[in-house]
Design a binder for this molecule. Structure first.
Ligand code: SAH
Length: 193
């Protein structure tokens, strides 16, 4: 049964999909580590035989995520990378099954540090190349902060033009919510060309 709370937060809705996509043993990426909630979730999902690469440009993100992982003894299966997600291809060569982006700024941290259109698009492009067939890139998009709408438009311009023979692109959003509700975009790679 679907309860109302399942359709309240975009990050929870994202997980309804990720549950179907991520399996034990998978290699996955958290492109925007932040406080590490997604990294921890992904580390649990891939299990002992899987691996998570997690990116952020803020030292604080690495620190708080490391703490979270150590508390649950998950640190062995995660690599925390202090670098921009646009450089993902410098770190990963193997095929991956999922990349999670949670765009915007980190709540409770410095709001000036936000994800930006150019680097976000570059990172999505690299991620799509690294995906294995039926792998998914998931992007949670926020437009309430300065620069957010520009970033959303860039992401949409990019994903709208992906060839449907190569990718399925799905959009989810709250149609009756005021004040810039977040949006979720999921891209599935259909097969390798
Ligand atoms: N998923 C996080 C929230 C992410 S907020 C959580 O669960 O808590 C967005 C994060 O993206 C911020 O921490 C910010 O530092 C980071 N960020 C901004 N630009 C980035 C870039 N180019 N590469 C990687 N991370 C970036």
């Amino acid at each position: 049964m679907i309860k109302a709370k399942y359709l309240t937060k975009i990050t929870d809705i994202n997980k309804l999909y990720l549950e179907q996509i991520i399996n034990e043993g998978d290699i996955v990426v958290d492109a925007t580590m932040g406080n590490g909630y997604d990294t921890k979730y992904l580390a649990e999902k891939v299990g002992e035989s899987g691996f998570v690469y997690s990116f952020d440009i803020q030292e604080e993100a690495i620190k708080s995520t490391r703490k979270k992982l150590e508390k649950e003894n998950l640190q062995e299966r995660v690599k925390l990378i202090l670098d921009g997600h646009e450089n993902i291809d410098n770190y990963i060569e193997k095929k991956i099954s999922c990349v999670v982006f949670n765009l915007g700024y980190l709540p409770r941290a410095q709001h000036m540090i936000i994800t930006k259109p150019n680097t976000t698009i570059k990172a999505i492009e690299h991620s799509l190349k690294l995906l294995k067939p039926h792998g998914v890139v998931s992007i949670s998009i926020y437009t309430g902060h300065p620069g957010g709408l520009d970033e959303k438009n860039s992401v949409y311009d990019f994903v709208k033009n992906l060839d449907q023979r190569e990718f399925n692109v799905l959009e989810c959003g709250f149609v009756n919510q005021v004040n810039n509700p977040p949006q979720l975009v999921l891209i599935e790679k259909k097969k390798e060309y």
